[in-house]
Structure formats: structure tokens, C-alpha cells
Design a protein around this ligand. Sequence first.
Ligand code: NZQ
Ligand code: ZN
Length: 395
Amino acid sequence: MNNFEIYTPTKVYFGHGSEERTGEAVKAAGAAKVLLVYGGGSVKKSGLLERVEKSLADNDIAFEEFGGAKPNPTLAHAEEGVKKALENKADLILAVGGGSTIDTAKAIAHGAANSEHALWDIWTKKVPLTKSIPVGAVLTIAAAGSEMSDSAVLTNEALGVKSGINTDFNRCRFAIMNPELLYTLPDNQTAAGITDIMMHTMERYFIQGINCDMTDEIAEGLLRTVIKNGRIVMKKKDDYDAQAEIMWCSSLSHNNLTECGRGKDFSVHKLGHALSAIFDYTHGASLSAVWGSWARYQYTEATERFAQYARKVWGISEADDKAAAVKGIEATEEFFTGIGMPISLKEIGPDVDWNDEVIEKLSMKATMNDTVKLSRIKPLGAAEVAEIYRMALDR
Ligand code: NZQ
Ligand code: ZN
């Protein structure tokens, strides 16, 4: 097991009616003036926003609304939010929504606390981030794990780049999670969320050559839990217990618990972010579309890990490691297909002409113009990434 640090300071309020404790959570965080960030309106439609605002008012917390965070949230929108936070002297940024809303809230917090700098300079680490404003979240989709993660992702539309920043300042002070809030999700978002949760664990799991029994057991248990309960919620959205499992897995998958002693890879995410930067695809779909090809490209270098995954997660009994590894990859793709997720570029973008020029553009984006090597399994420069995209054209 390698040396590691883990820091997950987020206070979690989990379960029935927990959104009614939002005011109490804000007060406990020492704040009194909130900028309330939300997305395209699902929280208004469901009545959640009203309940959250009542809880704030009942606790004498002042608030201003800032809606409009869109999936694959943008830098320009976050910059507008920074202005609003400064105008209102907000001392806590409260996200009510999913990863896109929470990441927007995190960006606003960093921008408002460092208003002498351009937000993109902070995001790209040109300016070191040394302070921020506290962020809290009321979570409405189990997916990105942003409610407990140390990361946030924005798209700079002017540059056509989607990228993230990892910092302890991204850790939410509190996360409010009521599984009932997931009942109103459309099927494609439930499925994309399940996929993203699995990816966050798998992006850490396959790194070979490090003994981490406890971390393996956590990761394998988490994946089995998501697969089992994912099948249930795809049929019955209002199964409270199944949604509760999925929601808790969303947070644990990406709060660093599944990487202790091993670390992370996240190369599939880089391939996915390039796809979303150009085509604005849903995050989870951008990952499932390339994962199988990435795995087929990588597994010969980490055959034991892929074989262990196949046996422990999918119950595959094949004695030969290579054969087991391939069966595990196939089982994963079958699962994605079963919940309606794309497993190829043709499926995610049936109308796109996936020609050499597009593949080249994607590969250059994913590898920052071939300046970085992705992955801790086989190193992936632009040429290798292009090969994976090509393998993903049609499966
Ligand atoms: O915008 P509204 O109207 O709220 O609708 C949203 C949105 O259209 C809808 N939705 C959310 N909760 C709902 C609901 N609809 C009905 N009922 C509900 N309860 O679902 C759509 C997707 O929402 P979004 O916030 O985009 O989902 P998700 O949580 O998947 O976030 C995706 C973003 O997070 C980033 C992704 O790249 C993407 O930009 N990620 C953030 C990470 C992090 N900060 O740690 C890690 C991830 O790997 C990921 O990169
Ligand atoms: Zn993700």
C-alpha cells in the first residue's frame, strides 16, 4: 500500500426530509447570507427550492437566487455568479442540484474570494488558490460525487476546453442528501449517474502492482451495490432503499475513499471531457461510449486487476486471467447497454461523421495537444488516445 492522505470534511445530512435542515446546516457553517445556485429549473418544478428557501428563512438566513447552471456548466455563467455573490456579499454559496450546479457554486466561491483575479487563471492554476468561500449542497442527482469530492469541472466555451481543478477548497462544508429527491430524474440521467459512479471507482481500481486489500474490498462492494441497485432504480424510480444505496455510493465513489493506497488514473474522464467539450454530451454517456475500448486497450498491461474485477464484481468463474478479464469487460458493456447507455461513438453520436479530423481533434484535446501522457496503466499520448477513439467507433 502506498502512502496516502485522506481529507473528507463534508458533514452529511442523509435521509427523509433532510432538505428541511438546510437552514440549520448553513447556520452551523457560520454563514448568514447565501447565494443559492441552481440549474435549469427542475428544483422549482419539484418544489424543492421552495422547501429549501423556507428552511433558510426559518433560520433567519438571507438569500439571493442564481439559476441557470447547465449540464457541462460554463465559465461564463460562473463568472456571472461571481458578480452576484460579490454584490450580495454572500458568505456561503449553496448549490441545490447536481454536479453541474455544485461545480458552478464551487467556481463562484473561488472567484468571489479572489475577485482581483480572472476565474480561468485560478482554474488553470496560473494563480494559486489560497482562499475561498464555503460551499454547501442539497443534492438532487446521484452521479458526479461533487457533494463530497475535491474537484470541480467547467467548460470554457471560448477555448472549447472542459477541465477541472482539484483542491481541498472544493470540499463542501455540508451535503444534504434525501434519496426521495432522485425520484423525479429522467431515465437517461439516472443511467448516466449510475455510469459515472461506477467510473469514479473504476478509474482508481485497475492500477496494477499495489497491494490494497481494504481499498479493493470497498471498491468491489461499491460496484456490486451500484450494479444491483442500479437495475432496481431503472425499473422503479421510487424505491427508497435502492436510491439510498445509489446516492451514498455516489459520494463514497469520489470522495477519495476508493483510492486510498493506490491513487487514481482518470484517463477515461479525459477522453470523455474532450467529447463533451466539443459535442456537449452528458458526462456519464461520454464515459460509457469509450470505456470498453479503453479497457480492451489497457487490460493486457493489468490483466490480474481486470481478472480480479471480473471475478469479484461480476462473479465470473473463468480460471484463466486473460479470459476472465475479457468477460468482465463484456459484462460491463452489457450492463451499460441494459440501462440504455451508449458503448460506442456511433451510439453516442449517430449523426456525427467520426472522421480522422474529428478523432485527431479529440485526441489533441484529451492530451492537451499531446503534451501529457494519460493513465497509470499503459501511458496514453495523442496517438494512443486516437487509437482508443477509433476502437470505440463502432462496437
Ligand atoms: O438543471 P436542472 O433543471 O436541475 O436539470 C438537471 C440536468 O438537466 C437534471 N436533474 C438533476 N436533478 C434532477 C434533475 N431532473 C429531475 N429531477 C432531479 N432530481 O439532470 C440533468 C443533469 O444534471 P447535472 O447537474 O449536469 O448532473 P451531474 O450530477 O451528472 O453533473 C455532471 C457534471 O459534473 C461534472 C461533469 O463533468 C458534468 O459537468 N463532474 C464533476 C465532478 C466533481 N465535481 O467531482 C466529477 C465528475 O467526474 C464529473 O466530471
Ligand atoms: Zn465523472
